[in-house]
Ligand binder design. Structure first.
Ligand SMILES: Nc1ncnc2c1ncn2[C@@H]1O[C@H](COP(=O)(O)OP(=O)(O)O)[C@@H](O)[C@H]1O
Ligand SMILES: [Mg+2]
Length: 227
């Protein structure tokens, strides 16, 4: 198995409110993500999970350490290259769906492809395919407020898959859902992993979610430990 993403010796510190101290959220910690795998990071609220996901996903620089994408250091890229890298190789799913309220489900899903310069015809075709794969072909013309929470997250996942990324980074994707919808979302995620040949990094405070994943890590006191 080849490693697609690797965080090496990542340290992240924030200035504390009063400004005279530092909070070390990630403390010289490392993680490797293998191609085709589902990895889960569990940790209590405030343990630094979102910080880790942002750093691994090219959204926030670490204070020290390196993030390698297929052996290339992502924070050595300039801003524009890094943005292009993210939009091409990674798909993000967050706890709150962040769908654009004035656009339909289909248009929201198409957006990353349109940003990448694909034709609306090509983007529309793939978006319809993904809506179908997520079991909601009849929701194409609905706006986000007209969808249930579970449907909103399915649309958000379809959008994350739009540009056929190699890795999905999902930060508490089921954090707002009931148990039934959580199971549905996870089923889709695992199915899509196989159909779309995508690796997944799931970040969650709910330990039960980790059961089906290939690798589980616990984040505590700034360190990742394999469970
Ligand atoms: N931009 C920031 N500035 C200062 N402190 C932050 C910032 N982002 C997060 N933190 C702090 O870092 C810690 C980890 O936050 P976070 O990564 O969001 O944890 P989690 O996602 O596990 O709940 C928390 O104590 C949080 O208050
Ligand atoms: Mg978080």
């Amino acid at each position: 198995m080849s490693v697609i993403l690797e965080g090496q010796h990542i340290t992240k510190q924030y200035k504390t409110e009063s400004g005279d101290g530092t909070l070390t959220v990630l403390d010289n910690t490392s993680i490797s993500i293998e191609e085709g795998s589902v990895s889960t990071v569990v940790g209590v609220s405030g343990s630094g999970k979102s910080t880790l996901l942002h750093i691994l996903g090219g959204l926030d620089h670490p204070n020290s350490g390196t993030v390698l994408w297929r052996d290339n250091s992502i924070y050595d890229m300039d801003r524009q290259s890094l943005a292009h890298f993210r939009n091409t190789n990674l798909g993000f799913v967050f706890q709150f769906h962040h769908l654009l309220p004035e656009f339909t489900a289909l248009e929201n899903i198409m957006m990353p492809a349109l940003i990448n310069g694909d034709s609306s015809e090509k983007a529309g075709e793939r978006a319809k395919y993904l809506l179908n794969e997520f079991g909601i072909p009849d929701r194409a013309e609905h706006r986000p407020t007209q969808l249930s929470g579970g449907e909103q997250q399915r649309v958000a996942m379809a959008r994350a898959l739009m540009n056929s990324p190699d890795l999905i980074l999902a930060d508490e994707p089921t954090g707002n859902l009931d148990e039934e919808n959580t199971d549905i979302i996870l089923d889709y995620l695992y199915n899509l992993r196989d159909i779309e040949n995508v690796s997944i990094l799931l970040i969650t405070h709910e330990k039960g979610i980790a059961q089906r994943s290939d690798n589980v890590y616990q984040l505590s006191k700034g360190k990742l430990e394999a469970l």
